[in-house]
Design a protein. Structure first.
Lengths: 450, 319
């Protein structure tokens, strides 16, 4: 049977192996193409920012705010530098993985980075961050909330520029709180919430998923109970002292288990986004979550996918307490800016960083992207107050927020916590802390897998 | 009725080459052979042998990517840490479970699909073949996301469509415990790679000589008897190659687990463990050791298949 050249479809019922042999010329073409691709990839590896005044800013994905700020600062610089943005993965742990591997290879294209605060010690200790000049340090910490300064500091030195500071609030349905007779003007405890949720047959939305969000929750509970995951940090992993067997940690574990009983159907896989969905749909009447939920609800109303009565019923308060007579320690998050140690434009990068974190840009970012500012004065901005009526509570929350453990080994600590404290329903207040302690110690000593 | 295969062909003995060296012609041919195969050989060395050797070397060190100054030779300690850790053995068990279940199901389904492709009317054959191959063309990460969204408690349709099945309710949390997570992971793998097996089996089906089928039919063999006594014995090599390739593939399962559960509820596979140590923890030494053990496991599977089932790879290629 003759075969028309280029007609690759075999006409028999099967793939005839012999036929492939009759068409060798294609291979040469494929080989050339492969060579070209390889050459292109290799060339791509070596390239930094070719133009000396072009800064590359690695940003976490957002609603377009950072790109807009980048173009504003580029304009303001009047040709002194141009900021280009490059987007990092969605998950903060994956952002870290990408950045750290690039920096370990001395990537000079990394000028500015939007970095999640818990990873800052690891980057600083490895020498991946360009030191912050003293005058810049003075200017960028002026009027900044304390938790954001703490989150940018490693070994008593400012190593990052505070950009925006996030914190979780307690969100509640006003109608349900009212029906339960819960006075939300007063601080509430987790215990009260669990009781109300049981009585009202509703759920508490919290982050029970095995992810970084779980560490955020565990940390906030232990800190709120007056303890700390790491009581003493140290360079040598053997000297790190953990606080997971303390009374505070036991109390926190109790709260976790109790909340998991009213956490809804898929508590063990619920992250921040699933929480909002539950809260919007009315499955959960209480939720601990970041302020983005407000912007999301307003956007959904505008798009016509959410009834306007839903956000009208939203109430907000400070993060719930673990101990009745001690104020809570809400989670601290957000993004700080760091300058890559291998950047060819460190001075310009710090100049750009100062522009990015200006009061004006922080207010813009807050109102358009829902990411709260680290500068306290922004919270008095009438425009901010109009869009975010919860701004005063957010500011108060930021003042008492506690960062996650500051250690070079944060990733290991967080990973081990997630392994032991997940699912929350299996947490045993008496033993889980000890189990986690043993695992973290063994992992840090290199004696166990994670 | 016994199994029917073609009698072995007696190979003709090679003609003895004249003593006293090789001819000019064969020398030229040999040189041409090296010229043709050489570049591929070099590329293989660069992209497979070099990384494997580097991983073996680095697995002997305690080496953290962010702390290269404290790199220290520790011999086989990393291997000892891994092999005495319950997490390793749990991952092995999960990996073997996924491998056995998916390969077994895929083999049966793939065989069925291969028969369909082979027997389909010639007018619709290209369409059938393309339709069957589509899942294999989908990127694994994309397929994992699709399956995750389908089974998600908030966004998925499975919970609302399949409530009539026992054990499925509107609030079934598929990724909430081990059994259901593994089920979805296996389903996604099976959906995605059955076409691969069916393609290999299709090639095998083509090698079953029609004369044998006709002879069996004349002898009054039923369809079922022909399948078991003629078709399958004659394509044993193709089946074994399909199973071998797919087993090696399945043993390295990573994407679906990474996307769907991120290793929660004890669903970590060996590859996932290697990722966690090397990429997330940055413990290059420990992670390399996990990778080397994974490599050894894969080599053992391949070796076991070839020796145990006496697979002749060249026979499967129709040589």
């Amino acid at each position: 049977m003759p075969i028309a050249p280029g007609d690759g479809r075999p006409r028999d019922g099967v793939l005839a192996p012999s036929r492939a042999r009759r068409r060798p010329p294609r291979r040469g073409l494929a080989g050339t193409a492969a060579l070209l691709v390889t050459a292109g990839t290799l060339a791509g590896c070596g390239g930094g920012s070719g133009d000396a005044s072009t800064l590359t800013w690695y940003i976490n994905p957002d609603a377009g705010g950072q790109a807009e700020i980048a173009s504003r600062c580029t304009e303001e610089a009047g040709g002194a530098y141009t900021i280009e943005t490059a987007q990092l993965p969605r998950e903060s742990s994956q952002q870290r993985e990408q950045l750290i591997r690039r920096l370990a290879a001395g990537d000079a294209s990394i000028d500015l980075v939007s970095l999640d605060p818990p990873y800052i010690p690891e980057f600083a200790e490895a020498g991946f961050l360009a030191p912050v000049p003293d005058d810049v340090a003075d200017r960028v910490t002026e009027g900044v909330v304390q938790s954001a300064i703490d989150g940018s500091t490693w070994k008593d030195e400012l190593v990052a520029v505070p950009f925006w500071a996030n914190t979780q609030l307690l969100w509640f349905k006003k109608s349900v709180a009212e029906a339960a007779g819960l006075d939300m003007e007063q601080p509430v405890t987790w215990e009260q919430l669990v009781q109300v949720a049981e009585e009202q047959d509703t759920a508490i939305a919290a982050q029970g998923i095995r992810a970084e969000a779980l560490t955020v929750w565990v940390n906030a509970l232990i800190e709120s109970a007056g303890g700390s995951i790491i009581e003493r940090s140290a360079d040598n992993p053997e000297d790190v002292r953990l606080g997971l067997t303390s009374d505070a940690a036991v109390r926190a574990a109790e709260v976790m288990r109790n909340v998991s009983t009213v956490g809804g159907a898929a508590f063990s896989t619920a992250g921040e986004d699933a929480n909002v969905t539950d809260f919007e749909e009315g499955d959960a009447a209480f939720m601990v979550n970041w302020p983005f939920v407000w912007g999301r609800a307003l956007d959904a109303v505008e798009a016509g996918t959410l009834d306007p009565s839903v956000p009208e019923d939203y109430g907000w308060a400070l993060y719930p307490r673990v101990l009745e007579d001690e104020s809570s320690a809400p989670p601290y998050g957000g993004i700080n800016l760091v300058v890559g140690a291998f950047s060819a434009n460190v001075d310009a990068a710090y100049e750009a960083a100062e522009c990015i974190v200006s009061e004006e840009n922080q207010a813009y970012y807050f109102t358009t992207n829902g990411n709260p500012a680290s500068k306290a004065s922004v919270y008095d901005d009438p425009e901010v107050l109009e869009v975010f009526p919860q701004a005063p509570v957010i500011r108060e929350s930021l003042e008492q927020a506690a960062p996650r453990p500051q250690t070079v080994y944060y990733s290991e600590v967080s990973g081990a916590l997630q392994r032991v404290y997940h699912p929350a329903s299996s947490v045993e207040p008496g033993t889980t802390g000890e189990e986690a302690s043993e695992l973290i110690t063994a992992v840090l000593r290199g004696e166990q897998l994670l | 009725m016994t199994q029917t295969t073609l009698p072995p062909v007696k190979k003709t003995e090679p003609v003895q080459a004249p003593k006293g060296g090789i001819s000019d012609r064969s020398r030229a041919e040999r040189r041409l052979g090296w010229l043709l195969a050489g570049p591929a050989f070099v590329v293989m060395l660069a992209v497979t042998a070099y990384p494997i050797l580097q991983a073996v070397y680095e697995s002997l060190f305690s080496y953290r990517l962010t702390d290269p100054d404290n790199r220290e030779f520790i011999g086989l300690s990393n291997y000892w840490v891994i092999l005495t850790d319950s997490l390793w053995w749990q991952s092995i068990w999960v990996t073997v479970f996924i491998t056995v279940v998916t390969v077994a199901v895929e083999l049966v389904l793939g065989f069925g699909l291969a028969m369909v492709m082979a027997k389909a009317l010639s007018s619709i054959r290209p369409v059938v073949r393309a339709a069957i191959l589509i899942p294999y063309a989908v990127i694994t990460v994309v397929s994992a996301f699709a399956w995750q969204f389908a089974f998600d408690i908030n966004t998925g349709f499975v919970n609302s469509w399949f409530t009539w099945l026992p054990g499925v309710a509107a609030d079934t949390d598929w990724f909430g415990d081990w059994g259901t997570s593994i089920l979805v992971i296996c389903l996604a793998e099976i959906w995605k790679t059955t076409p691969f097996i069916s393609l290999l089996l299709l090639a095998g089906l083509a090698q079953v000589p029609d004369v044998l089928q006709e002879a069996a039919m004349v002898d009054g063999a039923t369809w079922w008897q022909r399948l078991w006594k003629v078709t399958i014995p004659n394509m044993k090599a193709a089946i074994m190659v399909a199973v071998l390739f797919r087993t090696l593939d399945a043993f390295r399962v990573f994407d679906s687990i990474f996307i769907m559960t991120a290793g929660a509820n004890g669903t970590e596979s060996v590859s996932f463990l290697a990722y966690r140590q090397t990429i997330a923890r940055l413990e290059i030494g420990l992670g390399s050791a996990v990778s080397v053990l994974l490599f050894i496991a894969v080599v053992m599977i391949a070796f076991g298949f070839i020796k145990g089932f006496k697979i002749n790879l060249s026979q499967a290629r129709g040589e």
